[in-house]
Write a protein that binds this ligand. Sequence first.
Ligand SMILES: Cc1ncc(COP(=O)(O)O)c(C=O)c1O
Length: 476
Amino acid sequence: MGILSLEETPILQALIRLSQKNRQPLHVPGHHLGRDLPPLFADWLGPAARLDMTELPGLDNLHHATECIAESEQLAATHYGSGRCFFSVNGSSACIMASIYAVVRPGRQKVVLVGPFHWSVWRGVEMAGATPLVFPSRFDRESLLALHPPVDSVRVALAGYTDIAAVVITSPVYAGIVAPVADWVQLAHEFDCPLIVDEAHGPHFGLCSSLPPHSVSHGADLVVQSVHKTLPALGQTAWLHVSGRRVEEEAVEDALLRFTTTSPSYLLLASLDVAQAWLRTEGAVIASRAVATLGLFDEMHGLSRDAERMDGLRRWWPIGNAAAALHLERLLEAEGIFVEYVDPSGALFLFPYSVRVRELERLGAVLDVWRPANDQRDAKLLDALRFVSERHVNLVVGKPAALTHTKRRWCRARQAMGQLAARVVVPYPPGVPILLPGERIEPGHVEALICLAELDRIPVGSRVGQAGLELSILAD
Ligand SMILES: Cc1ncc(COP(=O)(O)O)c(C=O)c1O
């Protein structure tokens, strides 16, 4: 294993070289290597502003990579064992939309969505003009999580279909639970289509034996990873792996162009570059040390973790009670602890690689204060959570794209029952839609949404009017 040095990072190296030569910047970005940045911000950004350049000689072009960007992408692909790795400065969202867009074509217009899926999956289906086949999640009453349905149930339901463009799964789900990806690969291939894995939360997978393997190693055709989520990298960084022969690299490259800026930030590209080098050098040692330290958290709270099925760097704390969730959030904030999210179903803690024992103790102390008075689960809330996870999505209009320009109006949530939703309604985080356009609004949707609104978590796609929560419905 090498050490993380400039030798391992072709993009950063090229940027540093050029910034040393660049004495008179007459190009974008408009801050001109930081010279024109207002000091209020320049002081925070520091020397990094000198690296925020554009497609100058030697810096390659993200959309036609042949030099340092291509070299860095190749190093990332080699680390994972994928056929090709494309860098993204538009997060996993762009990669997911591009993946779906790349595989939908005449004769292959149906996209199978399995279990909980991120909002961008829906947008991908909509923009590709595809028809979704939605397979609901299985609600686990113990962990209060929406998990993947059994592979065989989907296999049986799909029997006879010959026009499937792709199967899409999310693994791991936000809380860190991994799907049996190899089984989903097999299923997709039985239908002669690729498996797209939204592995936004798993770019660190496979780094050491105490973490689950990544989906490329299971044979998934397209794997999307948010580098910024779990590797030491800047916000918005992500990459997309293409493997095998089912998907043409060129189709993916073309599709990515549709969803990506033509002015990618070189700070983000440098960050992707450093992330791939970190993975190949010191990452394994650092990750396994962090996972081991987190074992103490499990000991403190009597938890157990299956290393094959659960992320080692995050912990999910099920709650199942809106008031208790709010109470926990307040106690944590009072201690200066800000977690990934807290909602009525539970709290999600994402630990840094540099996690310290005393930080675990501080978090543990808050949990110990909170726990005795907050162990009652709210049965009504649990029913609502189960409903939104396991609901059978009955879309009145098969192609989401057909609804884009239809007339709509706002309506009080309770009066919207029985109407058809006009917009995706999605609490963020976790970004998993509760209502989809064209879906009939049922009491379970409304209960779940009102519960979130009471916690001040107004789901994206809804709004609060004078009389409370409102939903957008299709006008008659
Ligand atoms: C499961 C999942 N997929 C995709 C995304 C989108 O990732 P990005 O924020 O990198 O665009 C998210 C973001 O939260 C996510 O949770």
